[in-house]
Ligand binder design. Sequence first.
Ligand code: MG
Length: 239
Amino acid sequence: MVLPPGACRRDVLRDALASTADATDEAELAERAGHFVRLVEGEATNIKITTQDDIAVADAIAGQRSDAAMRPGEARSRPARTGRAGFGYDLHRLVADRPLILGGVTIPFDRGLQGHSDADAICHAITDAVLGAAGAGDIGRHFPDTDAQWKGASSLDLLRRAVEMLRERGLAVGNVDATVILERPKLAPHVDAMREKLAEVLGVTIDRVSIKGKTNEGVGEIGRGEAIAVHAIALVRQM
Ligand code: MG
């Protein structure tokens, strides 16, 4: 099936019209006048606008396109149809006489992470990722370590509060993925317990939470076991 729209050079169209006007469209006209007509692959959404009703259909198609293609004013007035990504990073020193809490799980180890709260670096990186995706600042702004009310706070609880802030903005978490960089202890035996706790707080199913452990190959402070670092990414979407 051949569909409009077509494009025609003006000199070709003028020449074709001079020889005959007996055609249903420009392509037929040009062909009758001996010009070569080339067909190109089309797309169903590239509709022809003839009547007022066609404009409503075209508007609906255009609305399905990415917000990025819209002018800034339009993007603000419409809900995001694509997800919004956020990135978070955290690092804490490993010190004696502290429990090691990661992803809301207490892991048996001879040292723990130093910090004002429970120093759960996985929760902190994920909190920054979800706040970042919402354009809602960062963990330090909402839960400053200069504020006594967050001393010894459960970081899982801080993450829960951040997710609540997202809900107030009409946003929900789609998924999170985190990479934890540490030499010891082994993370693998605890990963599923962490995913379960994080999924509950994030309001997603466990398959939407990914935690991956990596060593630093003995390089630098992390390699010497002096600290644990976490990188996390989160996707949020309009509810
Ligand atoms: Mg932190």
